[in-house]
Design a protein around this ligand. Sequence first.
Ligand SMILES: [Zn+2]
Length: 286
Amino acid sequence: MKKCLILFMALMVFACQGAFAAPFDDDGLLRLVNRDEKITKKYVPADLVKPDVPTNKKSQQESIFMRAEAARALEEMFAAAKAEKGYNLLAVSGYRAFGLQQVMFNNKVKAVGSKEKAWRKVAPAGASEHQLGLAQDVICDTYRYLNNGFADTDEGKWLYANCHRFGFIVRYLKEWESITGYAAEPWHFRYLGVNHAAAVHWLNIPYETYAHQAMELPEFVQVKGNAYLLYGVMDNALNGDGCLFEEICNAACDTEAQQMAVIEEMTVYFLPEGISLSQALSGEVH
Ligand SMILES: [Zn+2]
């Protein structure tokens, strides 16, 4: 009886830490947020930190907080843009509380005259992934505007082609408007972690499409799947016959060793020429 109690308490401690949140839960890196899948008023990420990156205005330093893992990845992306290309990226807006999003939405309604028009431009409270602490709006010193012109800058093009290397995706593109429900935002980057971000980038699909399918994968694949495996099985489900997707969903994986064996075996199907399994599993993403 005592043992059970200790085990129960230990489990509660783990659960409360949030480190083991399921990927699509509120604290998970894959949480999908949009007008149909809102986040509650109460949700505040537990591990918000300020990324050490420059902002457009000094006062914006207080508006760029992100969850710790995403903040580190943003720093790496900004540093790589500088080191590889000499670009000076600027952060503009990261975590936003529910209440702040409400104020922004109401201001937009006043500015454009109707809720319907405001909806296309600004997320209503609870429908913005900025509340997750996993999104950041980014511009650069040569183009300091949050508008579509950013997509045509060298910096915007570099981000579009490279952000997945650091775990980010460009969340809203013009051709996806009917699915995402939002107008294009070439400045808005969402953190998913390197493996899922690369898979989404290679598939070139809106996150809604990806997430609804990836939710069906077993949790160990969502958590431990490498970019090649995720790309391969998702491509098979979305564009192919679905057999391989089904195979991984039905694989017998009671132990961690079995899970890793399934991941390794199935990754081999999807490796590009010249990439070995060990390279793929070491997280080398191209
Ligand atoms: Zn944004």
